[in-house]
Design a protein around this ligand. Sequence first.
Ligand SMILES: Nc1ncnc2c1ncn2[C@@H]1O[C@H](COP(=O)(O)OP(=O)(O)O)[C@@H](O)[C@H]1O
Ligand SMILES: [Mg+2]
Length: 258
Amino acid sequence: MSSLEEIAKKEFLSNSAEIFPIEFENQRYWIKRARQTKANKIQKFFYRFFPLELLIPSLNKTALQALDYETSKLEKFRSLGINTPKVVYKCDDFFVLEDCGNSVNAYLRDKNITKEKFYDFVEKLLFELAKIHNQNEFHGGTQIRNFTYKNDNVYVIDLEESFSNSTDIETLKFRDFLLFILSFVKMKELSFEVDYFFIINRYKELTKSDDLTQKLRNFSKKISFFIWLSNVSFIKKRLGSDVKNFFKLFEILNSLEK
Ligand SMILES: Nc1ncnc2c1ncn2[C@@H]1O[C@H](COP(=O)(O)OP(=O)(O)O)[C@@H](O)[C@H]1O
Ligand SMILES: [Mg+2]
C-alpha cells in the first residue's frame, strides 16, 4: 500500500496543473502547487493615484513564502473554528488539502436556483465571513468562487493573499466585504435581482459594523467621477459589462439611506 504522501508526490510530478484533485483510499484531496504571488502592476499604478481599498496591492511572495503563508493561515483559521480544509501534507513544492466540496459559485450561478436556496447560501457565506472578521482576521480573496460547500457547511479556501503590515485590519475587512459583494454582480444567470441591501444589512448584524453603510457611501463618493463618466453614452457603449455592473452597484449604494 502506498501512502498519501507517495501518491501525492507521484501525481505532483505527472500533473502540471497548479491545483488539481487526487484520490486516495476512496477519498478526494487537492494538491496545490507552491507558486509566487505578485501584485498586479497596473493595479499598483492606479493605487498611487486612487488609494481605494479595492486596489490595495498584495505583497509579492516567493513560492515557498506563499506556501508557508497559506498553510499556516489555513491551520490558524481551523484553530479559530473557521471552516477550512485540513492541510494533510506539505513539503516545499506543494501541499495537500482535504476536499471541501464544490465551489459555491457553481451552486449560486445555477439558473434554476430558487430565491430561498440562494439566500440560504448567502446566510452561510456571511456567517463564515463574519466568523473571520469577528476574530479580527481577514480572508484576502473573498470572491464566492473561494468558498466551497460540503455536508451543509460552507468552507473558505485560497488564503494566499497578504498585505503590508502597515495596512490596518479594518481596511482589509472592508476590502474583503467589497470583493464579496462585487462577486455577486457577475451573476447573470439568476431569475431574480440580487438584494444587495439584504447582504449589507445581514453582514452588519453579524459583525456589528454600524459604520459599514457610511464606509460604502464614502467609497462610492470617491469613485463618483468614474460613475458619472461611465454614464456618458459614448463611453458607456465601450465599457465591458463587468465594469458597467460595478458602477451600477455603487450607484445603488450611493442611494443608501443614512
Ligand atoms: N480543499 C478543496 N476542496 C474542494 N475544492 C477545492 C479545494 N481546494 C481548491 N479547490 C478547487 O480549486 C479551485 C482553485 O483553488 P484556489 O485555492 O482557490 O486556487 P487559486 O489561488 O488558483 O484560485 C477552487 O476554486 C476550488 O474549486
Ligand atoms: Mg481561488
